[in-house]
Design a protein around this ligand. Structure first.
Ligand SMILES: [Zn+2]
Length: 97
């Protein structure tokens, strides 16, 4: 694993169907980036997500991880043009005038 602080620490293990690093620990399945965040910075508040500033789902570099809400995650995806038009419509339905 490349551990320069600025580069992504790519998870080399198992990857879940949606592209996140994943492993089994104490009988439960963990997302690698959430576990990395917990180790480096502490507990994740209930209902919050760990977002990647680098947009690399396999990255476990705590410097690239931050706490956010699902809404923040959507906004990031929107700003990076990662959403399909169908997803955008679902997220922000146009109000009938
Ligand atoms: Zn990264």
């Amino acid at each position: 694993m490349d551990k320069r602080p600025s580069s992504c620490w790519e998870w080399r293990g198992k990857v879940s169907h949606n592209g996140y690093g994943q492993f089994e620990h104490k009988g439960r399945s963990w997302r690698a980036h959430r576990y990395a965040y917990t180790l480096a910075k502490g507990d994740i508040p209930p209902g919050m997500m760990v977002l990647h500033s680098c947009d690399n789902r396999r990255c476990c570099n705590p410097d690239h991880l931050r706490i956010g809400t699902a809404k923040d995650n959507w906004r990031d995806a929107f700003e990076r043009n990662r959403l399909t038009p169908a997803q955008i419509n679902k997220f922000s339905p146009r109000k009938a005038s």
